[in-house]
Design a protein around this ligand. Sequence first.
Ligand code: BEZ
Length: 220
Amino acid sequence: METINNTEVNSMPRIGDIAPDFEAVTTKGKIKLSDFAKNKWIVMFSHPADFTPVCTTEMSGFAVRKPEFDALNTELLGLSIDSVHAHLGWVQNVRQNTGVYFDFPIIADIDMKVSKKYGMLQPNESETSAVRAVFFIDPKKKIRLIMYYPLNVGRNMDEILRALEALQTSDKYKVAMPLDWKKGDKVIVSPPKTLDELNARIADDTLEKVDWYLAKKSIN
Ligand code: BEZ
């Protein structure tokens, strides 16, 4: 295991890896990742600490927009290096203050086991808190997209949902998504790989073509 500032850290997981398995205690009981949310997508995210301002805005954002994650067949899974007791106190505090209820499991990673496995512990940023990470895990438990944000900048919920929908749409239609793609926009068809495909592409009047290698189609 690598050591940074005398803190042991695992190597970072990569896009395309099977999500490292773990068992953990959460605000909704014990979970084992490999048994959690079968046949669903998982958005697993860490926050630096309970009862802190930026984290409260982010967790509230996940809670308020949970119906949109539900509609995308996606379970939310939070994490911080805090105890379940602290998590429960924070959930109750936010519910009392704002009426927003964090109705998804939050891992109590007090021994940092999960944080270290997922590269969430980045000791040059903080030796005691997880950074703001987001892992998009598909129903085969493959990591499909990773975001890391520092302690002082909150994430963008629109972008998290947009990226999730882009991944799912890309899988469904076997297409790629252009800059700033959002639901309803045209998608990129993969470039031709043979001369026959090139000729078919040139002849296809249904596509919006910038050139033979950059063409878009509507999927609506
Ligand atoms: C926050 O969520 O506000 C925060 C947490 C840890 C360090 C800095 C800010």
